[in-house]
Design a protein around this ligand. Sequence first.
Ligand SMILES: N[C@H](CCC[C@H](N)C(=O)O)C(=O)O
Length: 291
Amino acid sequence: MSALANHAFAKMNGIGNEIVVVDMRDSTSKVTPDDARAVASPRGGVPYDQLMVLQKPRFDGTEAFISIYNSDGSEAGACGNGMRCVVRRIFEKTGQTNATFETAAGLLNAWQGPAPDLYTVDMGAPKFGWQDIPLDQEFRDTRYIELQIGPIDNPVLHSPSVVSMGNPHAIFWVDDVNAYDLERFGPLLENHPIFPERANITLAHIVDPQHITIRTWERGAGLTRACGSAACATAVAAARLKRAERNVEITLPGGKLGIEWRERDDHVLMTGTATFEYEGRFDPALFAPVG
Ligand SMILES: N[C@H](CCC[C@H](N)C(=O)O)C(=O)O
């Protein structure tokens, strides 16, 4: 029987990024990719973009080790919006105003933001090396890479910036993020052979040096209303190109995030809201073997 059968969960969202939080810190059981896919089932499940599973902390001073699943069962190293949801949940239960977590991408600090409904997550330092993203071939300069989609002499999208925020991101600079069929191009780019671990695909429009609008097709989850790590990756990529300041506001379909790429230590700080929707327990029938 799955460790998730009858287990309690919280359904939340980070500016429209659909998040399920499961606290398994008192258990040694593991969640499997099959479990994660079962939870996402439209029949009796809790459809989500990311499932955040809290497990026993491995280091003193950390609250939890967090495994992050996409709705297709794959694991992600980072999820900014999901982290704010986890942070809100923990702060509300314990009265804490800051905390440290561990994810597959390393340790991460979070704290109460500048207003009561805001949470800030330190997403760590971005990486730009082609092996870090990773790409399947050497690119010395990842501010723009040679990649295009559509007719060779008149590509629809081309020359993205690529960044790792603990997960792979490609950002295509456009004039209007709504002018493209991201549902059609997203899967092709996500699975392009240049990205051996696939990638999150973002369309970004720089409104002015302090404002950027984005829309993201997420690796393993598809079109979402918000992707926090994509907002971070976009802010950093725009600053690298000297097209934006290091402190910007990003508008996503589900809301706004403040992103600061801190000069002092290269870390990217993401600030935004996190919304609680409801609590429940997983229906054990979701995890019953089929056939
Ligand atoms: N929604 C998340 C990103 C999930 C990343 C995931 N799709 C992947 O890298 O596989 C965020 O707010 O950062």
